[in-house]
Design a protein around this ligand. Sequence first.
Ligand code: BDR
Ligand code: CA
Length: 324
Amino acid sequence: MSPIPVIIDTDTAQDDCVTILLGLLDPRADLRAITMVAGNVGFDQQVANAHLTLNVAGRLGQVPVHVGCRAPILREWESAEDVHGDGSGGLSMDLTDASNAEEHAVNALLRLTAEAPGELSIVAIGPLTNIATAVVMDRTFASRVKSLYVMGGSNNGRGNITPSAEFNFYVDPEAAQVVLDAGFPQLTIIPWAPLTLRDATFARPEYERLYAPGTPLARFFRRMCDATIDYDESVGVEGSTHPDSLTLATLLHPELVQDSAPYRVDVDTVSPLTRGMSSMAWAKFGRTPNATVVERVDRSGFYALLASLLATPTEPSRPVAGLG
Ligand code: BDR
Ligand code: CA
């Protein structure tokens, strides 16, 4: 099976970093570009985190990093430093010459999909601002994307930033709705709850085993995820959360998906109380589906994938202060 050409659209912090590592090191992935969107932490910090991740994998400068939309379409940007800290565990590196591609992320999405219509997949693991902007700029964009995998929403379940809303859909709900209405030929959604809370959240002993190999990647993983697991445990989420890396994993390893179903998914853009809440209508309601929602994955298979990723020996391209 030849590697899957993929673009990762990301608000790089914590599990976004793990996702980039998977995109770089999984033999089933051919990571063509990283596109940056406003989400988890300060914009420039996110960009630094993306370069840091490339660096720890020994791939600094080898995948273009395109800077994208620096704010949601209509809303004030609300980030999540309270959850992630700086998203990289305070690690730093010399960023001299770790330059961003000149082309804006949205233009890169439009160009790359025009150069290879029907061939590229996009894994969107932040707010959907870049993807929605590409949809609006070029109404043929969606039809050129082979498959779009989105981490966002909850399957009529709990949110994480409000009782009813998951962070990515909450930050830019209008963008999420534009994407849901855009007619992507294959749109797959990985919802926060109940899926990732059950199948992509690893309790502290499992988490500790993931970084036990002590490789540069494992040490990086620990630094990135420690702040987030501390936060999550303090709010009743019992473990380290990996919704973004699960999203890429389901594209690369579809055999991990045990249950999925067609749904009509919409996002609340009206009520302040339920801003960003996703309504996921299953077959009973007779509405035309616009997405496949993943409902259950092979939890131990996903865990084994992360374990093998983090045990991979790499030589960072440059020294990383604090990595040990
Ligand atoms: C999503 O929000 C972010 O904090 C994570 O990276 C993930 O994409 C989970 O709600
Ligand atoms: Ca993310």
